[in-house]
Write a protein that binds this ligand. Structure first.
Ligand SMILES: Nc1ccn([C@@H]2O[C@H](COP(=O)(O)OP(=O)(O)OP(=O)(O)O)[C@@H](O)[C@H]2O)c(=O)n1
Ligand SMILES: C[C@](O)(CO)[C@H](O)COP(=O)(O)O
Length: 230
C-alpha cells in the first residue's frame, strides 16, 4: 500500500513531572522503553510511511535504541516547546497527510489509530479524544472551588491528531508567530479558524506524565498482549 501519511512523534521533552533519572520516553516499559512501544505501534500501520521523531538537541538516549536504525525512522531536533518540536518535524514531511502522536502515549490501540487517520483526511482534520467522566471543578486559585463546570461536550484531547500537512504547517507557523498558546495541533488549527473533528477514542490511550502512569501503562499493554493471545 502506498503510504499516505507521515507520522510525527514529539519526543524532545524532559519529563519534569515524572522526575526520573532520564526523560520519561526512555524509561523502561515492559520489554523495551516507552518510546519504542509508541514507535512500534505506528510502524505496524502500512499507510504510515516515514516516522519523524523530534528529539532533544543533546539527546543521549535515542541512538542507543535498536529502533533508531529502522529505515522508516528519521530524527529532527526538537524545540523549546512541544509545538516547536512538531513544527521542526513538519519541515521534513512530504506526504499530503500527517499524524502527530506523543512519544509519551505508548498504549495507542490500532483501531483508534485507523479511525483518526480516516477522519483526519478532511479539511478540518481530526483528533482522538475521550469524554470527561468526572464532575469538573474550576479552582479559585486559593485551593478552593470557584465553580462546577458542565461536563457536557468536555473532552480530553489525545493523540494522534491528523491533518493536511500544508494546512497544519501554516497554521502552526502563524499561531506561534503571533504568540498563541499552542499545546496541541488542534489548538493551532482552531486558532486558524478550523473545527477539527473529535474521534472518540479509548481512555487507556494515556499520556505517561507522572510516576503512577507507568504502572498503568504497563497494565494496559499487558491487557493488549493477553487479548492477542486469546
Ligand atoms: N519541547 C518539547 C516538549 C515536549 N515534547 C514531547 O511532547 C510530548 C507531550 O509532552 P509532555 O507530556 O508535556 O512531555 P514533557 O514536556 O517531557 O513533560 P513535562 O511537561 O512533565 O516536562 C512528549 O512526548 C514530549 O517528549 C517535545 O517533543 N518537545
Ligand atoms: C498533545 C496532548 O497530548 C493533548 O492532550 C497534550 O497537550 C501534550 O501534553 P502537554 O503537557 O500539554 O505538553
Amino acid at each position: 500500500m502506498i503510504p499516505s501519511y507521515t507520522a510525527v512523534v514529539p519526543a524532545a521533552g524532559i519529563g519534569s513531572r515524572m522526575a526520573a533519572d532520564r526523560p520519561k520516553q526512555y524509561l523502561p516499559l515492559g520489554d523495551s522503553t516507552v518510546l519504542e512501544h509508541t514507535l512500534l505501534g505506528l510502524l505496524k500501520h502500512d499507510t504510515i510511511g516515514t516516522i519523524v521523531v523530534a528529539i532533544a538537541e543533546h539527546d543521549a538516549w535515542f541512538n542507543n535504541l535498536a529502533i533508531a536504525r529502522h529505515p522508516r525512522i528519521i530524527t529532527v531536533s526538537g524545540g523549546k516547546e512541544r509545538a516547536d518540536s512538531v513544527l521542526n518535524a513538519l519541515q521534513q514531511v512530504a506526504t499530503e497527510w500527517v499524524l502527530v502522536h506523543d512519544a509519551a502515549r505508548p498504549c495507542l490501540h490500532p483501531a483508534d489509530l485507523a479511525a483518526v487517520m480516516v477522519a483526519g483526511q478532511q479539511a478540518q482534520g481530526a483528533i482522538l479524544a475521550c469524554r470527561v467522566r468526572d464532575t469538573m471543578k474550576r479552582g479559585n486559585g486559593l485551593g478552593a472551588i470557584a465553580s462546577s463546570v458542565p461536563r457536557e461536550e468536555l473532552w480530553h484531547a489525545l493523540t494522534p491528531q491528523c491533518f493536511a500537512t500544508t494546512t497544519l504547517r501554516q497554521a502552526l507557523t502563524d499561531a506561534l508567530a503571533c504568540g498563541a498558546s499552542i499545546t496541541d495541533e488542534a489548538s493551532a488549527m482552531e486558532w486558524a479558524g478550523f473545527n477539527p473533528a473529535l474521534v472518540e477514542g479509548r481512555a487507556d490511550n494515556i499520556k505517561i506524565t507522572r510516576p503512577e502512569d507507568l504502572a498503568l501503562a504497563q497494565f494496559f499493554l499487558k491487557q493488549t498482549v493477553d487479548s492477542c493471545q486469546l
